[in-house]
Design a protein around this ligand. Structure first.
Ligand code: UDP
Length: 322
């Protein structure tokens, strides 16, 4: 089976490519390397290209003839999306339309989309389930919700089936140690905490301690990148088996506060570091925790690494060798 993976040189994409390769899929990665890396593509062929470049994309479809597409290529930084919304709509929405149009031209009818828990905004009920209303509170989440709506309409109109995976907070690295998070300017909590432990960052800031949570800091559902990667393989098999279009949460259903993550990082690394409390960061919902019943039941997804300290350890093993 041939799978085209956009953004396959990036963080989540490269872990999925590894599992696809191990499972015997034929992979082609299409990535502009804006945040991804050639070394991260462990299987298949890498074509360096942008989704804006429809001509190049057509040539890739013409030659490779994929049977399914997994779409990871997107910008992912919430605060940046607040400052630069057009950049986000262009890449995450307009470029996705290019991809869907080329898929239609070449009659590729199966699609797996990297969505986000950011589509829920501030959920009324936590853990949040897939049928909760989509009310994003930042442009990043808005771009993911717009694409989900496009996918829903497309699958109703045409012979096109998709699975949208709403990621909660992806973290950790492949326990075998060959790939991991490698963005130039990390904004995510766990990575910043690890870089502070490593001495690359002077002090770690906690963005807001006055949230309506037990310790005043935001709560997130941290999920190991390999468990997320495995969900993609199950979703692909589901579509190849004739499964209908679906949306699934990808999280463990357990939340940890910013302070708890920092404690776990200090414990695993054995390093103490300076932590300062600062203002809230715009666009942050207080609590995001997944109800993951649906993916467990429908895809038979069983997480293997549901353990915050293990997640931190794999990320630390990766980070300190970089
Ligand atoms: N956060 C923080 N300090 C940092 C980075 C993040 O306090 O240096 C907080 C952030 O405000 C949020 C949580 O950690 O409440 C998770 O943020 P992250 O950027 O890791 O993921 P997001 O949930 O925004 O996708």
């Amino acid at each position: 089976m041939k799978v085209l993976v956009t953004g396959g040189a990036g963080y989540v994409g490269s872990h999925v490519v590894k599992l696809l390769g191990e499972a015997g899929y034929e992979v082609l990665v299409y990535d502009n390397l804006s945040t991804g890396h050639e070394w991260a593509v462990l299987y298949g062929k890498l074509v360096v290209g942008d989704l804006e470049d429809k001509k190049k994309l057509r040539r890739v479809f013409e030659e490779f003839r994929p049977e399914a597409v997994m779409h990871f290529a997107a910008y992912i930084v919430v605060p940046e999306s607040v400052r630069e919304p057009l950049k986000y709509y262009k890449n995450n929405v307009a470029n996705t339309l290019n991809l869907l149009e080329v898929m239609e031209e070449f009659e590729v009818k199966r699609f797996i989309f990297s969505s986000s828990a950011a589509v829920y905004g501030i959920p009324e009920k936590v853990p949040v389930s897939e049928d909760a209303p989509l009310k994003p509170i930042n442009p990043y989440g808005e771009t993911k919700a717009v694409v989900e709506n496009i996918l829903r309409d497309l699958s109703e109109a045409k012979d096109f089936r998709y699975v949208s995976l709403r990621y909660f907070n992806v973290a950790g690295a492949d326990p075998e140690g060959r790939i991991g998070f490698a963005y130039p300017k990390p904004t995510h909590l766990m990575i910043r905490a690890l870089k502070t432990a490593k001495g690359e960052i002077d002090r770690l800031e906690i963005y807001g301690t006055d949230y309506p949570t037990p310790d005043g800091t935001c709560i997130r559902d941290y999920i190991h990148v390999m468990d997320i990667a495995n969900a993609h393989i199950l979703a692909l098999e589901y579509l190849f088996d004739g499964g209908k279009s679906e949306v699934f949460n990808c999280g463990y259903g357990k939340g940890y506060s910013v302070r708890e993550v920092i404690e776990a990082v200090k414990k695993v690394t054995g390093k103490d570091f300076t932590v300062v409390e600062t203002e809230r960061r715009p666009g942050d919902p207080p609590v995001l925790v997944a109800d993951s019943t649906k993916i467990r039941e429908k895809l038979g997804w069983e997480p293997k690494y549901d353990d915050l300290e293990f997640i931190v350890r794999t990320a630390w093993d990766w980070e300190r060798r970089r």
